[in-house]
Ligand binder design. Sequence first.
Ligand code: MN
Length: 426
Amino acid sequence: MTQLRWGQATDTGQVRSINQDSMHADAPLFVVADGMGGHRGGEVASAVAIETLLGSLAEPSTAALVESVQIANGTVFQRAQDDAELRGMGTTLCAVALVSDEAGERLGLVNVGDSRVYLLRGGALSQLTEDHSLVESLVRQGRITEDEALVHPQRNILTRALGISASVDVDAWEMPAVTGDRYLLCSDGLFNEVEPPVIEATLRKLADPSEAAHELVRLANEGGGRDNITAVVLDVVEGAGAAATATRMTAAAEPDLGSLGAPADTAPQPVVALPPTPAAEAEAAAATGVADVATDVGGLAGGDPPPVASPSSAEPERKRRRVTWRVLVFLVVLVSLVVGVGWLVSSYASGSYFVAFDGDEVVIEQGRPGGFLFWEPSIEQRTGTVRDELRPVAVERVEAESSQGSLGEAEDLVQNLERTSSKPGA
Ligand code: MN
């Protein structure tokens, strides 16, 4: 029998006002989910996803785990459709579960989004999951370096998440249960603030999993705590498995548009983390089409002769070339469309300012009030003025969080509010 020991910690961090991360840590299932979406959307998405996962996991197998993640996706998606306030919400989810069959006990791993599962084995830390984020795709294609990815302005854009469309691709792996292995499940609020060598050293130093989880969260807060932070540490105290590497249970399905000779200045990936609109669904469908034709075009455009056994090689050369050009034109149009829509959405999301309360302090935020899709507003300026210094009418004005066209207009508004009501009764 495999014996597990675990500990967990989560924190809102230093900047955000609510914690939209959710977690579950109790044998046989360990989950971290990082919710996104304006107002309460994010916390609902991550909580509903985990709740659904727990409720629908019928048997201890990796296949059942994948199926439960898909059910959770459907539930979050439906909630977002049914409730206007929750529209556009989504969540990442990574999970480790103890699974078993006649062959014995193993650990099943699943991931959607950019939360991560790490393994500490023999004192060395390795990342088991792949992030489904725009910057990670860019890194994989060699367009940017790992260091550039850390500070990339679009590092919060996901290419996959739960709740965005009716179905979702789930990455899955299986690991042998090896005595002494330590797993870390965490949200990006941890690894964006704490360097991997520090994560590794902390996991090596603190034997107690709960202490390790709390120390990691503390370090992330010390590093800035710009996002919600969650860490679940899972120890295999006793396992029967031999120290083998992960077995991938699903195909790596992302199409590599970069190798198709697309212009270098276009975005490489269709960003599917768009709102569940008919247009987005059509785009997702089109993206699948790209994945299918990509292999075909890659072979032809690269100038390599097609494999002799390929049934298509029997077709006349002229007909095939025509198809290739049509597909290329289609690809260029599709990529431009996706880039264009992405640019429009991103400039809409970040191109305005508004005045709001952060706690009791009046601040100027950049973005749309309540956020737009996956672009959360960020604090641009702190004013030092607090709620108590404002007259009720000014408080109301701030609470309305109305959009101002420019930073200048937002600053004017703050000045007006401060001038008309700087001292109560003045
Ligand atoms: Mn996060």
